[in-house]
Design a protein around this ligand. Sequence first.
Ligand code: FES
Length: 237
Amino acid sequence: MDKVRITIDGIPAEVPANYTVLQAAKYAKIEIPTLCYLEEINEIGACRLCVVEIKGVRNLQASCVYPVSDGMEIYTNTPRVREARRSNLELILSAHDRSCLTCVRSGNCELQDLSRKSGIDEIRFMGENIKYQKDESSPSIVRDPNKCVLCRRCVATCNNVQNVFAIGMVNRGFKTIVAPSFGRGLNESPCISCGQCIEACPVGAIYEKDHTKIVYDALLDEKKYVVVQTAPAVRVA
Ligand code: FES
């Protein structure tokens, strides 16, 4: 395989010519944050958290989609890079429902992790946010557009890996969400409840339905009647 010589943060490396900058950084054991990137499944350069500086190139480039070339000089941790990543992260957070305390992914959320690593404790950007209804129509999966970061990892997994085509990007601009087409719920889509979209989601936008909670909610609601079967009492002593 053809190789190219590059330097990354001053470290010389020889990498395959078909590598992206992100792959080259991994090869050189240099960590670059990512969010929308899912290896070989979703490589679309959407979130811009992986931006780097390349000598001779005016704008910052998304390392997950930018190909290496011979003699390239890459800088992954300059003040300009750090500030751009932080701003992009704050913009994503500004449109994200940050009710982390009750989120199923709290403690296992890539967005939370990236925010912690970037030292973000307040968000400079505040805009109007649309409040969406959760889609709880599926027997096994809940879709919460308020938590979605539009990374499209679930869409790529559902469509390109599983070939199910249950979800896609709907609407345009600020109103873009991930959903089944024509305003339908997951129960009316071709969804087969494989759960691969849950695996792909970096946040709590798609998660497994908690059936324990459903029974509890029903028990608390006087209008509903639930038959709870218990084991026969056993006399001790
Ligand atoms: Fe590269 Fe999202 S990880 S743009």
